[in-house]
Design a protein around this ligand. Structure first.
Ligand code: PTJ
Length: 240
């Protein structure tokens, strides 16, 4: 099934919101400019992301409707690989959607999904959207949070709380991309399976080696490289 159909079906089933379909279209436009492939800068960011996740004390994978519809099964596999816990955190929050997402993830073996219903009893300060509501056992006490398809406000607020943020966002110019500690500029449908493969491989590295990968990574520089890679790709089309 094509990814668009997955999203449309998930919208009918109450997992994705209509706004999620618009967000996906925006993502697709950036994906064209990447050549619909994982560019070297994304490869580098994926290694850094794996290093952050594997050395975290309390890593959390934050999911929304689009992420679950596109890579729900892979998110559950990533959570067991790291290991990390999954928390539902929605921009357009309703308890019905939260439960649907929880049940959908349970099909792939997810247990104890955080952030559902009254479990999201803590608040991230300085966020006006329902994304402020977080689980005291999850994002509230996390040191590293993976946020696929995020909005800039929460990324900034979580950084402000001293957390390391790993974003997956096809737009290298977005506030989320600019704010995160590590931004993987790639489509979640490629980025999450790739992150699983890389994390499995990097589990064999020592703590010291993982810390070195983290220390060497510079997100702003890597985003600049991504933009150069996009320009390079476009230049390939601009021949007379
Ligand atoms: O499920 P909810 O209620 O939490 O709502 C989720 C959406 C996605 C609707 C909400 O978070 C939203 O409105 O997001 P934005 O502000 O449109 O940002 C989405 C970002 O994700 C944009 O920068 C897109 O380029 C990017 N994006 C879209 N599809 C993908 C993507 N990045 C990676 N992979 C994709 N498939």
């Amino acid at each position: 099934m094509y990814f668009r159909d997955l999203l449309v079906n998930a919208e009918v089933n109450g997992i994705v919101v209509p706004q999620g379909l618009i967000a996906h279209g925006r993502g697709e436009a950036f994906d064209y400019i990447l050549g619909e492939k994982t560019v070297p800068a994304a490869e580098k960011a994926t290694r850094a992301a794996a290093a952050f996740l594997l050395t975290a004390q309390h890593p959390i994978i934050s999911v929304n409707g689009n992420t679950v519809a596109l890579v729900g099964k892979e998110i559950v596999r990533l959570a067991s690989t790291i290991p990390a816990q999954i928390e539902v955190n929605l921009f357009h929050r309703t308890s019905r959607r939260e439960r649907r997402i929880e049940n959908y993830l349970a099909r792939f073996g997810a247990r104890n999904v955080l952030g559902v219903g009254s479990a999201a009893s803590a608040r991230v300060p300085d966020i006006s959207s329902p994304r402020a509501k977080v689980d005291p056992e999850g994002i509230a006490r996390a040191d590293v949070v993976l946020v696929p398809l995020e909005d800039g406000d929460r990324a900034e607020a979580l950084r402000g709380l001293g957390k390391q943020i790993i974003a997956i966002d096809l737009n290298p110019l977005s506030r989320t991309s600019r704010t995160a500690s590590v931004t993987i500029v790639d489509n979640v449908v490629r980025a999450v399976p790739h992150l699983i493969t890389i994390s499995k491989r990097m589990k064999k590295l020592s703590n010291n080696e993982l810390e070195q990968i983290k220390a060497k990574f510079n997100n702003q520089r890597n985003l600049a490289t991504t933009i150069k890679e996009m320009v390079q790709y476009l230049k390939g089309w601009a021949v007379d």
